[in-house]
Design a protein around this ligand. Structure first.
Ligand SMILES: Cc1ncc(COP(=O)(O)O)c(C=O)c1O
Length: 396
């Protein structure tokens, strides 16, 4: 408990105890904060590492990666960082000996503020969006006030790990979040989590449904909208205006997806200052990574980046879908840089294993609600060509 009280502020510790967390749970949260980055092992990267370990070796054990494996398992974007971002990154890197070399952090927040129409004090820049996602679970949920999310969905492991109640509510028939069922099932949730587009289904939830939930949720709960993939969707509506309007909403964004910067670590949360203050307590040191920050800022300033990359990805995805349709492989319509598919007579895990033997790594076996499905990330045209060859072999 000594370590716990040193790591967690007094007010954070008493807030957690008041919400019904046990001292053992506090210890777990404290241990994770001591590690310096919230709950870093509950993100796509960590899950992919786990999935890859048997075939690709563990990064911790120093077993070398297999460079011939096509990795389309973590919803990364092979377009990579934009050249304008790389130029900014290269410029700032030599000054990386300072914690805060210059105006980079402020510049990023200013750019976000302008683009999103949200005041500066409503923005928290972070090394990726896993950190604010985990902080939101610590700030708003408890053993009695749940983290209510879609099933299948993303983001259940962190609240489960800290001892919060986690409730997954099946998606509606159109694969949007069933907000009515979410509210009915958990009328007193601490947080309603809407992943839009949803991971792993790449399906979207219309804005009216989010408005409906906001109008009816309990006064002291929060709607967390995770917009990690929103730039890939021509139809999903962003929720920054709800933040600007002072609603009980936290919006999460990352530069890991359309901006192609997963390994460079940049993201942000938008929310009312009182909501962000509750979350920041559970963030790491508050430091961002200056190379990632500079790259993110410069990328945001490229006017046609989003539509150009979206179209490029959609062309490859459409081509893949034509192939799947010809082969009679079922897949969901997608509004992201990934999609779910199922092969008759095989479970998702079996498809994953078979594809791995043909050197294509997919994200299988992670959504017990949908055992027949497997998630595929849209890679380069060349990678998707190899995916097609491997799947043709697998389905004979
Ligand atoms: C839905 C969703 N939210 C958040 C994240 C966190 O991404 P990062 O920590 O790389 O910003 C991911 C990563 O894949 C994701 O899929």
């Amino acid at each position: 408990m000594n370590q716990t009280t040193e790591v967690l502020s007094k007010s954070a510790a008493s807030s957690l105890l008041e919400r019904g967390f046990s001292r053992r749970h506090l210890g777990r949260i404290a241990t994770l904060l001591t590690a310096g980055a919230g709950l870093p092992f509950y993100n796509e990267f960590a899950m992919a590492q786990t999935a890859e370990t048997p075939v690709r070796g563990s990064r911790d054990a120093g077993i070398p990666y297999d460079p011939t494996m096509i990795r389309i398992s973590s919803n990364e974007n092979p377009m990579g960082p934009h050249p304008a971002g790389l130029e900014a990154l290269t410029k700032v890197a030599p000054r990386g000996w300072r914690y805060n070399p210059g105006p980079e952090m402020g510049n990023l927040a200013q750019t976000i503020s302008k683009i999103e129409g949200v005041p500066l004090d409503h923005i928290w820049t972070t090394p990726g969006s896993s950190e604010p996602l985990h902080a939101a679970t610590c700030a708003f949920t408890s053993p009695t006030r749940s983290w209510t999310m879609a099933a299948p969905g993303y983001g259940s492991r962190a609240p489960a790990f800290i001892g919060s109640k986690v409730v997954g509510v099946p998606l509606a028939a159109d694969h949007s979040h069933d907000v009515e069922a979410m509210l009915k099932s958990q009328p007193n949730a601490g947080a309603y989590y809407i992943c839009n587009p949803n991971n792993p289904t790449a399906t979207i939830t219309p804005r009216e449904k989010i408005d409906w939930l906001l109008a009816r949720k309990p006064k002291d709960s929060v709607v967390v909208v995770d917009e990690a993939y929103i730039h890939f969707s021509p139809n999903a509506k962003m929720c920054s205006d709800l933040v600007a309007a002072g609603k009980d909403v936290v919006v999460l964004r990352t530069f890991s997806k359309i901006y192609g910067m997963a390994g460079l670590r940049a993201g942000f949360a938008m929310g009312r200052p009182d909501l962000l203050a509750k979350m920041r307590v559970y963030g790491s040191s508050g430091m961002t990574i200056v190379t990632g920050v500079a790259c993110a800022n410069a990328s945001l300033l490229v006017p046609d980046l989003v539509p150009t990359r979206r179209k490029q990805m959609m062309d490859i995805r459409d081509d893949t879908f034509s192939f799947l349709d010809k082969k009679g492989v079922q897949h969901l319509p997608s509004e992201g840089n990934f999609f779910m598919m199922s092969v008759k007579g095989m479970t998702g895990a079996q498809i994953g294993q078979a594809m791995t033997t043909h050197k294509v790594q997919l994200a299988g076996n992670r959504w017990p609600e949908w055992p027949q499905h497997i998630r595929v990330t849209v890679g380069t045209a060349e990678e998707m060509g190899k995916f097609q060859e491997a799947l043709t072999r697998v389905i004979g």
